[in-house]
Design a binder for this molecule. Sequence first.
Ligand SMILES: [Zn+2]
Length: 397
Amino acid sequence: MSRYRLRPTPAQEQALLEHCGHARYVWNLAVEQHAHWRPGRTSAPGFAEQCRQLTEARAEHEWLRGGSIIVQQQALKDFAQAMAKFFGMTHRRPTWRRRGRSEGFRIVAVKAGDVRRLSRNVGEVRVPKVGWVRFGWSRAVLDGVKSYRITRDRAGRWHVAFAVIPEPIPAPSTGEVVGVDRGVAVSAALSTGELLNAPTPREAEKTRLRRLQRKLARAKRGSNRRGKVKAAIAKLKARETDRRRDWVEKTSTDLARRFDVIAVEDLKIAGMTRSARGTVEAPGGNVRQKAALNRGILAAGWGRLVQRLEHKAPGRVVKVNPAYTSQRCSVCGIVDRTSRESQAVFRCRSCGYAGNADVNAAGNIRHAAGHAVSARGGPPLGGPVNREPQRDLLLVG
Ligand SMILES: [Zn+2]
């Protein structure tokens, strides 16, 4: 998702507010229905049932019928996702949306010509029932926008965020499998021995950011000056984000082009075993500081990298159980917890192999993926692999 400042005309703003109102109304209806649900009663209506009810509601209420069905359906979809997150215990139960507070709606089924550039700094996006709305072309919009979300913050500023799902990249059909390990000191280690570094803030930028933050602390609340400092900080951070996203795009394209199968840790399992692995929690010396600094950045960047890989190499990304990937020797296969000499060095006491610990882990991820691919009885690597990955088979112990 990349966000741009939207600049609607006053008339368009009215129409956008109407979309927000419809989305809010539908969302709140869904909240209401679920609020009455208690354990033991028949289940609260799911997404499909709610869509049917929406059709009925549109037949009944003219003002709802006058709005965009996409906006209203997507509000239901957002709600269904929010409930899934709630049941997954990662988020709180979705609550009522109030007018004027974080309002927005989503448009899907966006066509190729619906986003275009007008001049160096101005673009425009076609919004159903609103028309072409201009936005600040502050950075490149990637090809292949499939959906976007329009939001209005409390200060009344409008933004549009485009979700781009890139076209799949054909497999090289060489049978090559690569293991990718999420490192701490470096962003990613490949089983080929390559170490990839995501861009981190430059020294000059860090200095400037610290200076701006001090200024912000001194600026009076609600003052003009404070607004300006905040904007400068946001701009600086946006530039960093852009650079990292750029890196993710290039890296995912490169991996999808070079390898038939790309093996990564299963993040859901990794989250649970990470502490046992002791890479993030107990890194050594200098790495510790850097790790603390980059942890958040890397966590976000890694998730995005895997997501992009799945878009660009659908069916070719294998997720493996990361257990023991740091303790197993990728050369002889011995699992020995004392082999990890330090954060950076792996030294096998059995066969004598020594090397970068993250590369060794990447080698093990590659090895686990090899098992997963043969276990699902697929063709030898390199064949046309455009089917969906069978997740349960891919989790090898
Ligand atoms: Zn060994």
